[in-house]
Design a protein around this ligand. Sequence first.
Ligand code: NAD
Length: 478
Amino acid sequence: MKIVSDYVFGKFIEYDESQYEDVLNPSTEEVIAKVPKGNLETLEEAINVAYNVQSAWEELPPIERGMYLKKIANKIRNRASEIIDTIIKEGGKIYDLAKTEVYFTADYLDYMAEWARRYEGEIVNSDRPNEHILMYKKALGVTTGILPWNFPFFLIARKAAPALITGNTIVIKPSVETPMNAQIFAEIVDEVKLPKGVLNIVNGSGSKLGSVMANHEKVSLVSLTGSETAGQKVMLEASKTLTNINLELGGKAPAIVMKDANINEAVKNIIDSRIINTGQVCNCVERIYVDEVIKENFVDILVKEIKKIQYSNPCDDKKSMMGPLISKRSQKSVQEKVERAISEGATLLCGGEIPNKKGYFYPPTVLDNCRNDMEIVQEETFGPVLPIISFNNFEEAIYLANDSKYGLTSSIYTNDLNIALKAIRKLDFGETYINRENFEAMQGFHAGVKHSGIGGADGKHGLDEYLRTHVAYVQIKN
Ligand code: NAD
């Protein structure tokens, strides 16, 4: 049985037995590890050491900080198969996606390392004679990163890489559902001899550790990827100390299928998107709006194709197309949402029933004749469920897509460039895909609007989230 440790100032910390909870394999329901429930003294120590070493870390030339990120990336590639196995075991991810996650994480660290020579301040013209106005880009200080379970390994890098390259230090809290991959990350950080205290990992529940991570006087930024509810709690706590926040929250991505779209391509992309990670991705298609002229044909093809998706245990089957949901609670929640949709008038076209087998599996499910006011169309549903609504014209499609509290990602299928550009202008989302679905690029900017979050990640704008501007007015002699 794997015992997960905390990692603070280069030490792996273990506790007595009572301070652990079980980690389950969602494909088999077996206990595979023990994770600390959350130790506030360890968290306090982690924040203090991150604070004490931060200025020395920031004083290193960025290129030297980048070298550490590159070393971590290389070690990740060397240990890839072990990390892939771990992600499959604790998260129920299929092999191909786990592999993509691991190599993408390494590439992401390399990409962020390359910013060492590229991020820069400014010199601006002054209104006064003989004055120089210098704008420096500086680190914020200590940052904290709170992670979900759905891309647990990549999200360590998405928080740590921009933090570290810009001279910040970080304390990471993984999800209690998927802590084992973070332990490997800590081992790698230790092997590359990253200066002690620059990156620390403290495990435990969000309700126990989250408020300190958000409202500690020594923390300058709290970055959470997770649900809207956790985001609201973090924001409330952060307000006590006016800590900067970066919130990457839920989504309810609409896919709009116009009558001129390539239907086969739209169906394929939408299904691929909805079954990735068994529908447990913030930016996968969660609702379909299809022109009523092509609806019948579209729905026929969609149902025929989605029925070909088989689920199986990804630990045993490297070719598994879809794994389980993360937990029993999640499986129950998806099932209840589907049942409520049917009772509100939706027509079940396939799926919709929990299979009678071990593991938290759920079949691909299509619901026709939905309405925009239904819970299944409004609330984030972390499972492979697709509600369908038809529309009469472009304006109605845009109205229905925007009629949501979420604003993370959206997509539209059309061969008309005018329609595509009009949609980009009118869709109230942080990201829009034209004739394709997720994922986003590391050089882009992943950011939601409305209840999907505040701030974003990736690319140069993501780097900015970890920087502050310090302006100096320098009066020189004539
Ligand atoms: P969750 O909100 O339950 O947990 C996320 C993290 O927040 C965990 O580490 C948890 O311990 C912590 N947490 C919980 N309560 C907290 C509190 N009161 N204070 C501080 N931290 C707290 O989410 P989850 O089930 O792990 O992940 C799924 C959610 O994450 C979905 O809503 C999904 O859309 C979202 N997500 C968003 C993005 C994005 O980029 N926008 C990416 C991945 C996942």
